[in-house]
Write a protein that binds this ligand. Sequence first.
Ligand code: EPU
Length: 342
Amino acid sequence: MELSIKEHFPLKKHNTFGVEAYAKQYVEIHSEEALIRLFTEYQAVTRQPILVLGGGSNMLFTKDFDGLVIHIHIPGIRHTVTGNAALVTAGAGVVWNKLVWYCVDHRFAGIENLALIPGTVGAAPIQNIGAYGVELKDVFVNCRVFDTQRGEITTFDKEACRFSYRESYFKREAKGRYIITEVTLQLSLEPEINTSYGAISSELQKRGIIDPTIADIATVVSSIRTDKLPDPSTIGNSGSFFKNPIVPVEHLRQLQSSFPDRDFVFYPAGPDHVKIAAGWLIEQCGWKGKRVGDAGTWKNQALVLVNHKNASGPAIYELSEQIIADVRSQFGITLEREVNIL
Ligand code: EPU
């Protein structure tokens, strides 16, 4: 198939914030072969900056991209079963939630808690997606990647990906070098239902479900997400905009004595640290549901920044700066963005 490279391409429909931005050039890639050809026949000559886009669900454009946007559309899901283990491999362009339901329908357990996370399979390892007590790394086996420096396909196992909370080797040290083409997960035919997250157990109880299947979990998680988070097809957003900050226990103790009337929301994070709910910190600073023009924070979840209609990328970024400054001056904690800024 010919590579169809488009000029001055609008990205508004390719980022879930729905902000205006243009790519100098844009190409859709449907196979590893096409990706290799793109680099050997085209990029080797033009040598422009590249930006890889999947669902555009974790990206805030604050300007146009003066280079080639590569939109990964590699399709396909396949699996093999050995005993109670299922190895499931999906193309990087598969919509993540479609993979979740493929697994649920085949009774392969392990990613049902990750239902309805926006984005594609290829983006999942980059920030080690996670929700409701489960992270991608819990089921990850390996991924195939195209190495843009060496011009070849290679495989990364779990250790090589160096996963941690919303982080990986691809997002940090190797930023921009590798393009994920395929991901393999190991799932189980013997489900270990994870209802550790309070919201799941209370929703199951409400529905009178005592012995949930993985389909019940995926359904309940989808419903919790739909209630709490804005739907990017109607209100632009990128899920959690910031990470939950991890601070020394000592810092939390000091805050608790400075603010004795506030009920800090936190979770253990290793022996000497705690993870504080960033949404709670932002709400305490009075930002929940606030708007500055068309940029704002979501009324049910202050950690989610939203584009009510026509906010620009810079306006959303500016709002995030104000929030960081307020949280820092009140609590001495510097929030880190989870979303990639361009
Ligand atoms: N909270 C508030 N006010 C708010 C928001 C939250 O007080 O406006 C407090 C509440 O006490 C709530 C607690 O913070 O119980 C935690 O909130 P929530 O359960 O919504 O989880 P989160 O820590 O804000 C994380 C992930 C989400 C994931 C949920 C559920 C991060 C950065 N975010 O959010 O992931 O869906 O847990 O597991 O870790 C994403 O990464 O885009 C994302 C949506």
